[in-house]
Design a protein around this ligand. Structure first.
Ligand code: UD1
Length: 428
C-alpha cells in the first residue's frame, strides 16, 4: 500500500516547497480563467475574427481551444492575445472527452443552440466537489423553447424554430446557468429576463464583450438581467477582466509567511470580502485603483469565521487557500461552505501537515496550530493544490504537493511567480 503511493507520487507532477521563506515583492495577474473560457465560447455567436486580450496560458484555455477547433473555429495565440476565427456554419457538437474534463464547456450548449438551433454536448466534468448538476441550465433553455434528449451521456438539444425570449427565474444564482442563458438569449427572438442572476464580475465581463459584439443587455452585474435579442452579432476585441482568484491566492501566500505581497493589474473591488476577512486576521491591506498590497500579521493570524456565498460574498474558490492560512491561526475559526457540498477532500491532506481541521456538515472547524510540518500531500484540484502550496510555504522542511498538474488548469506560471516573490519552490 505504502509502496504504491510512493510509486504513483514519484510519477506525478509535483510542486516541491522548502518552507520558512518570507515572501515579498510584486506580481501581475492575467485575465480570469472563469471569464476567458466564457469569452471563447461567446465568440461562437458571431462569424469572423475575434480578439481576446489578457489571456493566461493555462490548461483550461488549451482545452477550450480544442473544443472550439472541434466546432470548426481556429485559434491562434500571440503572447497573451488570442485570436479566434469563427466559421459561418459551426459544427454543433462538443467532443465528449473534452467536455468531461472541463465543466465550462457546457456553455457551448447555449451558444450553439443560439447559433445553429441544435447542440450535442456530453454531460460535463470538472473538479470533484460532489455532484454538480446542470438542471438550471436545462430548464432555463427549455423555457426559451429548446428541447432536450439525453442519450448515452450526451445531451441532444434542439430549437428548430429558434429560441424565444422569456422570463427565467433561477432557483440559485448559478454562474454557469446565468451565462448559458445570456449566451442563448442574445440572438433569441424577443426579450429574455433572467431573475436571481449571478452577479460575478466575470459574468459582467462576458456581458461587456457580448455588448461589443452588438448584443443588447441591461443589468449585467445585478440580479436582474434583461436581454433584447438581435438578429446577428459581429466579431469584437475584448480585454479579459483580471483574475481575482489568482490575485487572492498570492495575497494569502504572502500573508501566511508574514510577508508583504503586491498584486498589480487587478481590481481590488472584486476582492472586497476576501480582503476584509484578511484584515480581520491581522493583515494590513492597502489598495490603489489597480493593485492590492497585503502584509501578513506579525505572529500568528487571528481566527475568523467565514461563509462562502455568491458574489459579492466570499468566493468558494478562495476557501481552501483561506483554510490553509487559518490552520496557523491563534484560535478556532469556522468556514462554512455554502456553494459545494463536497469541497472538503483536501482537509485530510492539510491534517497530514499537522493542521487540526475537520468538516462537520458544511462547516469546517479549524483549530489553529503553531506549527505545520512538511510532508507529501495531494493537490487534488486547482484550489486545493494552491492551498497545499500556501500551507507548505509556512511549514517546517520540505513539502511535496503531488498532482500539481491541477494548478496548471488555473494558474499561469504559478511556480515562477512564487519564486519571484522569494519562495523556495520548484516544479518536478
Ligand atoms: C463557476 C466557476 C467555479 C466557481 C463557481 C461558483 C467557472 C468555469 N467555474 O462554476 O470556479 O466555483 O462558479 O462561483 O466559471 N447548480 C445546480 N444546478 C445547476 C447549476 C448549478 O444545482 O444547473 C449548483 C452547483 O452544483 C453548485 C452551485 O449551484 O452547488 C453553484 O454552481 P455555479 O454557480 O453554477 O458554478 P459553475 O458555473 O459551475
Amino acid at each position: 500500500m505504502v509502496n504504491r503511493r510512493v510509486t504513483s507520487a514519484a510519477m506525478s507532477p509535483a510542486i516541491i516547497v522548502q518552507g520558512g521563506k518570507r515572501l515579498s515583492g510584486s506580481i501581475q495577474v492575467l485575465g480570469a480563467k472563469n471569464a476567458v473560457l466564457k469569452h471563447m465560447v461567446a465568440a461562437l455567436l458571431a462569424p469572423g475574427r475575434h480578439t481576446i486580450e489578457n489571456v493566461p496560458d493555462i490548461v483550461d484555455v488549451q482545452l477550450m481551444e480544442r473544443v472550439l477547433r472541434h466546432v470548426g473555429a481556429t485559434c491562434d495565440r500571440d503572447g497573451t492575445t488570442l485570436h479566434i476565427d469563427v466559421p459561418e456554419e459551426p459544427n454543433p457538437e462538443a467532443p465528449l472527452d473534452l467536455v468531461r474534463q472541463m465543466r465550462a464547456s457546457i456553455l457551448v450548449l447555449g451558444a450553439l443552440l443560439a447559433r445553429t438551433g441544435t447542440a450535442r454536448v456530453a454531460l460535463p466534468g470538472g473538479d470533484d466537489f460532489g455532484s454538480r448538476p446542470i438542471d438550471f441550465h436545462v430548464s432555463g433553455l427549455e423555457s426559451m423553447g429548446a428541447t432536450f434528449d439525453l442519450d448515452h451521456g450526451v445531451l441532444h438539444a434542439s430549437a428548430p424554430d429558434g429560441l424565444r425570449g422569456t422570463d427565467v427565474f433561477l432557483e440559485f444564482p448559478s454562474v454557469g446557468a446565468t451565462e448559458n442563458l445570456l449566451l442563448a438569449s442574445v440572438l433569441a427572438n424577443g426579450t429574455t429576463t433572467i431573475r436571481n442572476a449571478a452577479r460575478e464580475p466575470e459574468l459582467r465581463d462576458l456581458a461587456e464583450y457580448l455588448m461589443k459584439m452588438g448584443a443588447k443587455i441591461d443589468g449585467a452585474g445585478t440580479s436582474t438581467i434583461e436581454v433584447h435579442g438581435v438578429p446577428n452579432l459581429s466579431p469584437a476585441t475584448h480585454r479579459t477582466v483580471p483574475d481575482r482568484l489568482e490575485a487572492g491566492t498570492y495575497l494569502v501566500a504572502g500573508a501566511i509567511t508574514g510577508g508583504s505581497v503586491t498584486v498589480e493589474n487587478c481590481v481590488p473591488e472584486h476582492l472586497r470580502m476576501e480582503l476584509r476577512k484578511l484584515e480581520a486576521t491581522g493583515c494590513t491591506v492597502a489598495t490603489t485603483e489597480s493593485s492590492v498590497t497585503v502584509t501578513g500579521p506579525v505572529g500568528r493570524p487571528h481566527a475568523v469565521d467565514v461563509a462562502t456565498l455568491p458574489f459579492p460574498g466570499f468566493h468558494t474558490d478562495m476557501h481552501p487557500q483561506l483554510v490553509a492560512y487559518l490552520s496557523m491561526s491563534s484560535g478556532t475559526s469556522i468556514v462554512t461552505e455554502n456553494i459545494y457540498a463536497g469541497r472538503f477532500r483536501y482537509l485530510g491532506e492539510l491534517n497530514r501537515m499537522g493542521a487540526d481541521v475537520h468538516a462537520d456538515g458544511q462547516h469546517i472547524v479549524i483549530r489553529g496550530v503553531d506549527r505545520l510540518s512538511g510532508c507529501e500531500v495531494d493537490g487534488c484540484d486547482i484550489r486545493a493544490a494552491a492551498a497545499m502550496t500556501i500551507a507548505a510555504l509556512r511549514a517546517d522542511g520540505e513539502t511535496i504537493v503531488t498532482n500539481a498538474q491541477h494548478v496548471d488548469r488555473g494558474y499561469d506560471s504559478f511556480v515562477p511567480k512564487l519564486q519571484s516573490l522569494g519562495a523556495d519552490v520548484q516544479r518536478r
